[in-house]
Design a protein around this ligand. Structure first.
Ligand SMILES: C[S@@+](CC[C@H](N)C(=O)[O-])C[C@H]1O[C@@H](n2cnc3c(N)ncnc32)[C@H](O)[C@@H]1O
Length: 556
């Protein structure tokens, strides 16, 4: 089975075994060791080495160690492509332990050690690293943390809060780079994606307490534990056992509550903070902590827009919130002494406050969460998780967006797709397909899915962003800049069809080539920005190209 099933599927089975094995047990050591064999076969040598170290750390039977060291030598040799002291040391260890093996295994290990020198080893699989393509913020905003100094949060009658350029911004710049305040994975991905950074994991480690989640590595596990999982872990088992349907709702509302409790210290302090926030009418002021927009603070999440909920949703959200509240009160000491029965909730001082807050959290997540559909290592798109980020939620939609949300796991950036002038609103798109549809269809669809009537420029002017725009050669002043414009048009024409294709997986190319192409396209867009106005066909084409590449290399 191992040789014919796709690697991802086999890994998933081992990951599940790892999630359920007792921490520190021989069973766990054996599963790590067996997964390391699969990873070596799949030429994922670095992952295999991690599993070998974990196996040895837990303790592996002496009569099997020689095999493990022989595999370690093979991994190291494949990575170094030549004999080196580390490989020699692993071979020496294999030879040292070989006496403990039975005869048949001894023969196998000896022959694999013999073959090491002559065998041609597969090249290591290159894992896709979408963080490589995340642009940097060139100058930090002191008022909006981890955002560019060239943006501001403002209010408008039509859009509510909006993000506006306070200076001219070039194409290809990041205007924010934030870590998600909260993430959640669909249940079918709990053993294939990391519960902390939501990236696909080949060599995961389990939670040391529960069987539900796995992590890329020990660091991700520690980070999640400190951030939320120490409390979540006590509740999750009961929540899963009670009702796994729609559990994402429980988990996201719980995550927001845990983070808020950690920020303010206890339920009483959280109660006081929420009362204070309720007194602030201005939604921008409400989102600030000590005058600053800090995406890691609860106020920035609490102040997010919540769309009205209908009576059916209200019933579901209430039921889900009471479930979460009860499980928290029964399994943790957040509210003082643990309770044994649901009826005891009525004696709890802050029960109603917390239940209401949990309902609000579901409403916030429903209005603002973004579904991520990252590509797996083979370029297949998978819907894996939802992320919630406060500043990203303040970007409004345009059917002809001038910025794009770029993601790498739980890190998201907003990247400009064209030069943006001081005073212009920066908009992302709530779905790429809106570019291709007629105005009426776009507006109806946005109303249905996001509950607003789109007031973006293409909708108001009734034009279709992907409809043929006039060439920049038709604009006033084109004559004067004819030579430069022709040079730019030629530059665009030189991009090979493979770059322009909407079908091809850009991930077949080397990251350095892709980065060079991204720079060439953004340079071209910035040159156009100097001489012509938007909309025009040439900027539109180059912008689509950039959008297409970012879409393929990134994690959304
Ligand atoms: C995720 S929020 C964006 C931030 C929001 N403006 C606020 O004040 O919190 C989405 C909401 O913003 C408003 N919005 C976003 N894009 C819009 C557009 N193109 N036209 C009209 N309203 C829009 C709608 O009220 C929508 O439900």
């Amino acid at each position: 089975m191992i040789s014919i099933a796709p690697l991802n599927e086999v890994i998933k089975i081992y990951n599940e075994a790892i999630a359920y094995a007792l921490p520190g047990s021989e069973v766990l050591a054996r599963v790590f060791a067996n997964r390391s064999a699969v990873l070596t076969n799949g030429a994922m040598y670095e992952d295999s080495l991690k599993d070998i170290e974990r196996t040895l750390k837990i303790g592996y039977p002496d009569n099997l160690k020689a095999k493990l060291y022989a595999r370690k030598a093979k991994n190291l040799l494949a990575l170094n492509q030549k004999m080196c002291p580390e490989v020699e040391e692993a071979i020496a260890q294999a030879n040292m332990w070989i006496e403990k093996m039975d005869d048949s295994n001894k023969k196998k290990v000896l022959s694999s050690l013999d073959q090491l020198q002559t065998q041609s080893l597969k090249k290591p699989v290159k894992k896709w690293d979408d963080i490589l393509f995340m642009p940097k913020i060139t100058s930090e905003n002191p008022k909006i943390l981890r955002a560019s100094h060239a943006i501001d949060i403002q209010q408008s009658e039509k859009f509510g809060r909006q993000i506006v350029a306070t200076k001219d911004i070039k194409a290809g710049e990041a205007v924010m780079i934030h870590k998600a305040y909260s993430t959640t994975l669909l249940t079918e991905h709990w053993h294939t994606f990391c519960w902390n950074c939501v990236k696909f994991t080949f060599s995961c480690v389990p939670c040391n307490q529960c069987t539900n989640f796995v992590y890329c590595n020990e660091n991700c596990r520690d980070e999640a534990w400190k951030d939320h999982h120490d409390i979540e872990c006590q509740v999750i088992h009961s929540l899963v056992a009670y009702d796994k349907i729609n559990i994402e709702m429980n988990l996201v509302s719980l995550r927001l509550l845990i983070r808020a409790l950690k920020e303010y210290g206890n339920v009483e302090a959280l109660y006081k903070k929420v009362q204070d926030l309720e007194q602030i009418e201005d939604t921008i002021d409400k989102s600030l902590t000590e005058g600053i927009f800090d995406d890691s603070k609860y106020a920035s999440i609490y102040a997010l827009l919540r769309k009205d909920i209908n009576s059916m949703e209200s019933e579901l959200f209430t039921r889900k919130s009471i479930e979460t509240l009860y499980m928290l009160a029964a399994t943790t000491e957040i509210f003082g002494k643990k309770i044994n029965k649901m009826s005891e909730l009525k004696n709890m001082k802050y029960a109603i406050f917390i239940a209401k807050l949990l309902i609000q959290h579901i409403a916030i997540a429903r209005t603002n969460s973004i579904k991520m559909m990252p590509n797996d290592n083979k370029g297949n798109v998978i819907r894996s998780c939802g992320v919630l980020l406060s500043l990203l939620s303040l970007f409004n939609h345009s059917c002809d967006c001038n910025a794009y949300q770029y993601a790498s796991g739980n890190i998201s950036a907003v990247v400009t797709l064209q030069p943006i002038k001081k005073g212009e609103q920066i908009c992302i798109s709530y779905g790429m397909y809106y570019r291709d549809a007629p105005t009426e269809v776009r507006r109806q669809s946005l109303k249905l899915k996001h509950d607003f009537w789109c007031e973006c420029m293409p909708c108001n002017k009734n034009w279709n962003p992907n409809y043929k725009q006039p060439s920049c050669m038709m604009q006033n002043g084109a004559r004067k800049n004819m030579h430069k414009l022709l040079q730019m048009i030629q530059k665009y024409d030189k991009f090979p069809p493979i770059v322009k294709s909407y079908q091809i997986s850009t991930r077949d190319k080397s990251p350095t080539d892709i980065l060079r192409t991204i720079t060439e396209i953004t340079d071209l867009l910035n040159s156009y920005g100097k001489y012509v106005n938007y909309p025009c066909a040439e900027i539109e084409h180059a912008k689509n190209l950039l959008l297409n590449i970012l879409h393929w290399v990134g994690g959304y």
